[in-house]
Ligand binder design. Sequence first.
Ligand code: NAP
Ligand code: F7E
Length: 370
Amino acid sequence: MSKNIALITGVTGQDGSYLSEFLLAKGYEVHGVIRRSSVDYRERIAHLEGTPNFHLHYADMVDSMSLVKLVGSVQPTEIYNLAAQSHVQVSFDAPEYTANADAVGVLRVLEAVRTNHLEKTCRIYQASTSELYGKVEEVPQNEKTPFHPYSPYAVAKLYGFWIVKEYREAYDMFCCSGILFNHESERRGETFVTRKITLAAARIAQGKQDCLYLGNLDSKRDWGYAKDYVQCMWLMLQQEKAQDFVIATGVQHTVREFATLAFHHAGIELKWEGEGVNEKGIVTLGPAELIGKTVVAVSEDFYRPTDVVNLWGDPTKAKTELGWNPQTTTFEQLVELMVRHDMAKVASEDAAAKVRKMNLAEYLEKGIVK
Ligand code: NAP
Ligand code: F7E
């Protein structure tokens, strides 16, 4: 039997780290793409480094040559293209880079496979997104809902979606897109709204932050757990036929509801007063020194030029054709697990800082640092 060899772009990201664990447990040889950085950014995969079947390589989504060479040397049987400038708000500040990495980057991966004559042996998963529905034309959204991208990020991802479809039809390649709705975890980047909230709730509960500033509290999302979603990426590549799938929980909540529940799990009950930019989250129950204080406020800095406000996925096709359970982790469980993780992380920050201070004192004494 031939060996399963996976190449993951975006291996250092939230999904890349969970997918690596998932594929290693299935006996795959896993190769991940990393970028050179002046600081250590491999926190999410540090525990995998040194595993015999896990290998890292330098390449970049904006550098065709690096991708062609890498695909040629790894000879993957499956490629998971997860690498992207994935922050919607940042895409308004860096639209050209976002298009290069998130749109043309997909084309580069497809062409790297063709250049190496692997189109009949290598299956490709493309990380597409519910942002394609953007200014939504129906709720909930399924595989037939029209797209209406509403940010530079979404427009770039739309190109990725269509070029994958085009190569599937033009060259009979096994390539498909997962239209994934928001998925979060204790490894979620700290500037996405859920993680920003769970970290702030933990810091506020432990007296290390005064107030959390957010943008649009009315925005609605279908939030799932990233660890459950990587299983679908793999399932999509195990089917007889390449097809695109919506991956979602089928349940929708507002940013305000997420915040209310996150603070609850951090031991703080909130009431909401005011509207729009004047809305505030005020403590009604919790540590005595916080009662009556405003711990959540709105800042226009987090408003977007165009915002996607009503995402709600219909996972029926994934449920029936992939046999996937969209409710493996519920919204309530997701919020709780993220807060529990961040309460412990924030509590250990003091201890870690103390150790760093002690090390520094010792280094200073020994003259190792000046
Ligand atoms: P993430 O945590 O932001 O990770 C993005 C990954 O892409 C990181 O490993 C990053 O590397 C890498 N990357 C960015 N630009 C690159 C470049 N030019 N060359 C090579 N690597 C590059 O994202 P995620 O949440 O895991 O999401 C994975 C994918 O799914 C992304 O394509 C995202 O757009 C898409 N998606 C995410 C969600 C979601 O809710 N999480 C929903 C739908 C679709 P560094 O560590 O070096 O920055
Ligand atoms: O925003 C609102 C914001 O940045 C969610 C990416 O993984 O999922 C993600 O994109 C909503 C938006 O995620 C703040 O305006 C309010 O309406 O957590 P987010 P996103 O934009 O949905 C999709 C599916 C992807 O494909 C992307 O890669 O929350 N919001 N206040 C805020 N958002 C942020 N970031 N920060 C706030 O303070």
